[in-house]
Design a protein around this ligand. Structure first.
Ligand code: MOS
Length: 744
């Protein structure tokens, strides 16, 4: 039995419609947060800690305060009153405050880059120059920023709804008794997000109905949670807060939580009574706005000679901050990827003097699947079995940890369809068997996966008498084309052209939306729209005149058809219905409620194929081609969907080959806090990328059949690349990124 009845989507859904935001972006008419036009805006520049651990003895603001254009220096001496709230990652997102260390409010330093003061000035340059003249006198204390030097003696409380230790059978014993064993470490360096628009906030305190009213323009993936958070921090009602973000400006998870710059802008606005803007510099993002934690992990797999897995062990530790806890559930995918009678997952964490780590595109799966899918490939090589065939032999009948059937699991179909198009069968299995001049050529494959979930979401649908339909929902435009995809979906449900539907988002004055993260937006907003469409039906039936054949019809007898309300007894145009009733428009509210425990295990699956060329003399790895095949339920828009898959794969190239946050552990500071030295893929690094999908609606998982596509395509890339490098060279590299010195 499916959880949701299926929708008859035969209209605009799936069509490659051009996103409405595309034209706005390329013509420069899209307004990003930092460029929101405001009168009398003041500029705030944070003064970050230059030491990783210690106590502030004194902040000398005398020089800075005298400088031209400077209004104010915010320090713990004059910071406005606020309420401390725990970090969002410890409260299941009842707040989005990232760090319990507040800006310009602390005397204790727990990481370099912590915002210890803020300068408010009439121009950005004046604020920046004065910030350099704020003199902080520290008493330094010992610090640890190196994951290999910190004791991993803590276990996180929960990992994505499960305990940190999961045991099925006796994995150690079964490993020892296995005929073939793989047991390897897969250490990962930390990464930093680099959205093109760095984080920014403009805050303004005014008065409304004799009460203080806070407006914040903020780069945020979760405006509704930000609104609740500001209310808690400043002790006001959420109705006294409005948060706006029309374009997130790129995020990859880094804008899921509210980082200290946004609170600093609020403090400055409170003290000055003027709008205050704080734009995080690129370098301040490294220490100010989260990162992907480094990880130390081991995967051990025992199998028999036929390639049947007997035991899987995945353990290790990630880091979190000294004062704030973020848990990276890197063992989560191993809970359900393959069948085994013996499983042991065990995650620990250590605390480092760094800013809190946070979500970065497919947190958990991206690092975890690198280890697991590398280990599966190692096992395939050791057994001399094709890696796709090995996965086939270990396909589980159900989710072995949750002990539930999958809502749908098309991993083998993705592997087979992808293999066919990629030409996998032409690959010679023997490593070092293919060459092109000086280049060794290799092909690798890895599975991809990402869980499905939704966030509670409300949406208002308004039908106008002229036939236009409007969606209002405080979701976010994170760069994926949400407005277009959701307009397509509603148009399809109402059976009208997509051009008649528009969507407004990015404003807490709209009905409450969920977080644009976790690949959850499509199904969350879509679920609310599906509910709204049902309510629209009954609302329109209520307008049917008594002499109409449709009068008194039940909701289930009526359907939308080509702009009409239709039953077996007759049909009536919605526009006529509204004009006859003398109405300019009707509005209904739809809602997707928090999902209850389900009888099925909900995940998307995919297959990643890559071909690399490796020059061993120089240690160079060049991507030659890539193919991703995904099964994520219904794809709402073929063009924006393909773009998201490609984007994830490109970010995967960065994860595999380039991205690395480097530290000087003596100073406890990051050494490559800029785009010149923190390498991300550019066009020259990116090969031909072929994307395909199995478009099978999953109504067991999702009210609209779609499971979300924003993150899955990064999850298999690093392992596929490492597996391809092994195939090319015979050399197994188990740590990322795969830089030249590891290849030589
Ligand atoms: Mo994504 S890391 O859930 O923004």
């Amino acid at each position: 039995m499916t959880n949701f009845s299926s929708l008859d989507l035969k209209g605009p859904v799936g069509k490659p419609l051009v996103r409405v935001s595309g034209r706005e972006k390329v013509t420069g008419t899209a307004t990003f947060t930092a460029e929101w036009p405001m009168e009398n805006v003041l500029h705030v520049v944070a003064v970050p800690a230059t030491i990783p651990h210690g106590t502030v003895r004194n902040i000398d603001t005398s020089e800075a305060a005298k400088m031209a254009g400077v209004r104010l220096v915010i320090t713990p001496e004059n910071v406005p009153k606020f309420t401390r709230v725990p970090s969002g990652s410890e409260t299941n997102f009842s707040t989005s405050v990232a760090s319990s260390l507040f800006p310009a409010a602390e005397k204790e330093v727990f990481h370099a880059g912590q915002y210890l003061a803020g300068v408010v000035a009439e121009s950005f340059t004046a604020a920046r120059d004065a910030a350099l003249q704020v003199k902080i006198d520290y008493e330094t204390k010992s610090h640890v920023t190196d994951i290999d030097k910190a004791p991993a003696d803590e276990r996180p409380e929960k990992l994505m709804g499960a305990p940190p230790v999961i045991t099925i059978g006796d994995a150690e014993q079964a490993l020892q008794e296995s005929e073939v064993v793989i047991d390897s470490d897969y250490p990962l360096i930390g990464n930093h997000h680099n959205p093109i628009e760095p984080h920014a906030a403009i805050a303004h305190w005014t008065t409304k109905n004799d009460k203080p009213f806070l407006t914040v323009y903020e780069t945020s993936q979760s405006l509704s949670v930000a609104q609740a958070s500001y209310a808690k921090v400043f002790g006001i009602d959420p109705k006294q807060v409005r948060v706006i973000c029309k374009y997130v400006g790129g995020a990859f998870g880094s804008k899921g939580l509210m980082w200290p710059h946004a609170l600093l802008a609020c403090f400055a606005a409170k003290l000055t009574g003027q709008p205050c803007k704080c734009v995080v510099t690129r370098s301040q993002m490294y220490g100010g706005t989260g990162h992907r934690t480094p990880i130390r992990q081991r995967v051990a797999i025992g199998a028999n000679k036929q390639g049947k897995i007997q035991s899987i062990i995945h353990d290790g530790y990630a880091s979190t901050a000294i004062k704030d806890t973020y848990t990276e559930a890197f063992t989560a995918a191993t809970r359900m990827m393959y069948h085994t009678d013996h499983l042991r997952l065990d995650q620990k964490q250590c605390r480092l003097h760094t800013q809190m780590p946070t979500f970065m595109r497919a947190p958990a799966e991206t690092p975890g699947m690198f280890a697991l899918e590398s280990a599966i490939d190692e096992l395939a090589v050791k057994l001399n079995i094709d890696p796709i065939e090995l996965r086939r032999r270990n396909e589980p009948e159900r989710d072995i940890h949750a002990n539930k059937p999958f809502s749908s699991r098309l991993l083998l179909q993705c592997l087979d369809a992808g293999a066919k198009r990629f030409g996998w069968s032409e690959r010679k299995r023997e490593p070092r068997s293919q060459r092109d001049g000086n280049w060794l050529i290799g092909q690798g494959v890895a599975a991809a996966t990402y869980p499905y979930f939704t966030f509670p979401t409300k949406a208002r649908v308004t039908v106008h008498a002229d036939g236009r339909v409007k969606i209002d929902c405080c979701s976010q435009e994170i760069g994926t084309g949400t407005r277009t995809a959701q307009s397509q979906l509603l148009a399809d449900i109402l059976d009208i052209p997509a051009s008649r539907v528009s969507m407004e988002l990015g404003d807490t004055a709209l009905p409450k939306g969920g977080i644009s993260g976790g690949s959850a937006t499509s199904a969350s907003v879509g679920g609310a729209l599906r509910d709204a469409a049902e309510k629209l039906k009954s609302r329109l039936i209520g307008l049917v005149p008594a002499d109409s054949a449709l009068s008194g019809a039940k909701v289930e007898e009526v359907r939308f058809e080509n702009g009409n309300l239709v039953s077996s007894k007759g049909s009536i145009a919605i526009e006529d219905l509204l004009s006859d009733a003398m109405k300019d428009s009707v509005s209904v509210s739809g809602e997707l409620k928090a999902s209850k425990d389900s009888s099925v295990s909900k995940h998307s699956f995919g297959a990643t194929f890559v071909e690399v060329a490796v020059d061993e003399e120089f240690g160079l790895i060049r991507m030659r081609r890539m193919l991703g095949c995904y099964a994520c339920g219904t794809i709402l828009n073929a063009k924006t969907g393909r773009s998201q898959f490609i984007g994830g794969m490109i970010m995967g190239i960065g994860h595999a080959l380039q991205e690395a946050t480097h530290w000087d552990h003596r100073l406890g500071r990051i050494t490559n806090d800029n785009l010149a030295e923190y390498h991300v893929p550019v066009n020259a690094d990116i090969p031909d990328i072929d994307i395909m999908w199995i478009d099978t609606a999953d109504y067991d998982a999702s009210p609209i059949g779609a499971k979300g596509i924003g993150e899955i395509s990064i999850t298999g890339v690093a392992a596929a690349v490492a597996n391809a490098v092994h195939h090319a060279t015979g050399k197994r590299i188990r740590s990322l990124p795969l830089t030249p010195e590891k290849v030589i």
